[in-house]
Ligand binder design. Structure first.
Ligand SMILES: [Fe+2]
Ligand SMILES: [Fe+2]
Length: 160
């Protein structure tokens, strides 16, 4: 769980960095900056968990690092609404993922880890809602593709 969450939060940071490279001067920039800051916080916490538990990053890390930045840039090049649709799609996939982890951890004594996942989950839901409110509900096919990509990345990162 720590490995896949570390991979996901690191990808989230890269998506926003990619979007900000294109939209850094736009009206969406403050929103993206705020989300980026929160993702950096999530990443720092999962990085600390990863190191303290001696868990290697996923073998896919170098690929995710590039692919997520490219997704950020590409979505932003399509426009603000596509960038927001990307956030909605990613956060929908992450919502499912964190919700499933919290169910799986229900009986676990790992209180701190559960609290961390819970906090991240709540902030991801806020990102999703904010992106929806700002116009991220369009681009259905694009969103479906991104969600499928996220689910595949999660599946792979859980296994190595
Ligand atoms: Fe996050
Ligand atoms: Fe997020």
């Amino acid at each position: 769980m720590v490995r896949v969450n570390h991979a996901g939060e690191s990808a989230a940071v890269r998506i926003y960095e990619g979007q900000l490279r294109v939209l850094g001067e736009s009206s969406l920039a403050p929103t993206l900056q705020h989300m980026l800051m929160q993702e950096q916080g999530h990443l720092a916490k999962f990085e600390a968990e990863r190191v303290s538990r001696n868990i290697a990053p996923t073998a896919f890390q170098p690929l995710w690092h590039r692919a997520s930045y490219a997704l950020g840039v590409a979505s932003a090049l399509l426009g603000k609404e596509a960038a927001l649709a990307c956030t909605v799609a990613v956060e929908e996939a992450i919502d499912e993922h964190y919700a499933a982890q919290l169910v799986a951890l229900k009986e676990s004594p790992e209180k701190d880890l559960k609290a961390l996942i819970h906090t991240c989950h709540q902030e991801e839901l806020a990102h999703k809602e904010e992106a929806q409110d700002l116009g991220g509900e369009k681009y259905r096919t694009f969103k479906q593709m991104i969600k499928t990509g996220c689910r595949l990345a999660i599946y792979l990162s859980e296994r190595g």
